[in-house]
Design a protein around this ligand. Sequence first.
Ligand code: SAM
Length: 269
Amino acid sequence: MIILEILTNTALIGNDFLVSLQGWKEFSPGQAHYSSELYFLEYIFFEKNVIFVDLINREYIEEYLSSLVNYTETPIMKEMRSIAIDKAYPIIRPEVAALLNIIIRIKQPQSILEIGTSIGYSGLLMLQSMGSEGHLTTVENQDELIRTARSNFEKQKVLQQVTLLQGDGGEILHYLENKFDIIFLDGPKAQYLLYLPDCLRLLKQEGLLICDDVLFYGMVAKKELLQKRKITIVKRMKKFLRIISDHPLLDTTILPIGDGISISVKRGE
Ligand SMILES: C[S@@+](CC[C@H](N)C(=O)[O-])C[C@H]1O[C@@H](n2cnc3c(N)ncnc32)[C@H](O)[C@@H]1O
């Protein structure tokens, strides 16, 4: 029998969780559950090393899941990912790409609107998942990125399935009229809230609004992580998440994948 001695009534779990353990406990080797006042924990212990595992995402879970991520990346997309890393172009993370691919294959959309084209990586992924009948409208405000994206769509021979719009996402959203099966927001994070009314107008019934990076490095969920210069953007993102979660026209779920992704279905008009 191994005795776990808790000298104080608190223990540090991972880097940031303080959990009340309320005294001493005796365990025999194996797996068991321990319910504290604050968290429901699962613990595993080997000899005298006790490992506490909480039931939310931890780094080692993410690392393990990342090692399993798999979706079809064409040679052009592979090259784009390595250029993006070299030149620090922000493109969707592999786990987000894998999720988008699955959602698109299930939903089978004909039309997708994207805000934030960058070099066209997520655009190529979404086109590939839609197949030859699908059409992508994608908006980017940087000259150089628009040119690079166009050339990548050309190289992949899908330019005829793309409407590339150069300009500010908010302004372009105002004048668009055709409705979309999916809207993917991956542009300026502080503007998601302002974009919402136009996104709702432009989404078909049962259409999906998918927004990337909504957890903003965890800052929306944990005050201690908040950097001063990000206060406004985090405030706006929190408001956005509250609104899409409570909105009468939307069913929303938020997943801790990548930097957080929200998925909302538009119920009706
Ligand atoms: C995260 S990146 C998009 C990545 C891209 N979706 C991908 O995964 O390949 C965000 C992009 O939004 C663009 N952007 C920023 N503000 C914008 C605005 N107001 N209007 C349109 N695009 C904007 C940036 O230039 C950047 O390329």
